[in-house]
Design a binder for this molecule. Sequence first.
Ligand SMILES: C[S@@+](CC[C@H](N)C(=O)[O-])C[C@H]1O[C@@H](n2cnc3c(N)ncnc32)[C@H](O)[C@@H]1O
Length: 247
Amino acid sequence: MRKVDYGTDAPGVIRTLFVIGGLLLAGAVFGPPAIGPLRVGGTSVTVGLRGMFTGGAISCLLGGALMILYAEVGKFRHRDRMLAMIPWTGTENVLDVGTGRGLLAIGAAKRLTAGRVVGIDIWNASDLTGNTADGFLANAEVEGVAERVEVRNADARRMPFPDGSFDVVLSNVCLHNIPDATGRAEACREIGRVLRPGGVALISDFRETALYATAFKEADFDVERSGLGLFDTYPPMRIVTARKPAA
Ligand SMILES: C[S@@+](CC[C@H](N)C(=O)[O-])C[C@H]1O[C@@H](n2cnc3c(N)ncnc32)[C@H](O)[C@@H]1O
């Protein structure tokens, strides 16, 4: 029987943290305990290396381990926290921006009886393991929501949807991947454009959330930015809630 698999975020970052952490650990165990004495401004200084290597190794290895924990456990708690913020009627049309393997889109589809969910993505391999539209559709099949979801290849900055197409727009750890602030603000304006009047967007990310909040405020949305969710996610994330004014 096939199992759902929502992938591991930023696998290259996790690999790098483990490699650097391993090298620092080796330095702490096998390297010289200190360098010096060095002459600094007429004073003789000895720099302890073991503590620095050990501290660096712990930070890197812990960071990598917490990112794996997020992929295995935290992202599901975070998804549920986000989806619980919407008072679902079951008939919503929903968009998930940067859907990846469908974490939020499929979670939303399970709350619908008549509505539909569209997931858009550009399928960056470096952002998520196994990041493909087929991976999304396989998960939707196993979760029993295939008839309620659809995937489209589309960039968050230029969406192929008419104005006001969606009641709810969701996005998790996607928009920070857009390399420039202009592009990130453009993506927020696109999200605002495709939301219907009175609709709501939930944008979650570990950085740039102040920029998202500003972009939505400039479009006269009613905006809230949550505190850092310290325990479910690593890195800790904030959720921007942006409500489009009713017509
Ligand atoms: C870290 S993954 C998160 C996937 C999913 N939202 C989740 O929480 O599991 C980020 C996703 O954003 C997508 N992405 C990055 N830049 C994008 C863009 N400009 N437009 C649409 N999707 C984008 C990546 O391809 C990737 O699937």
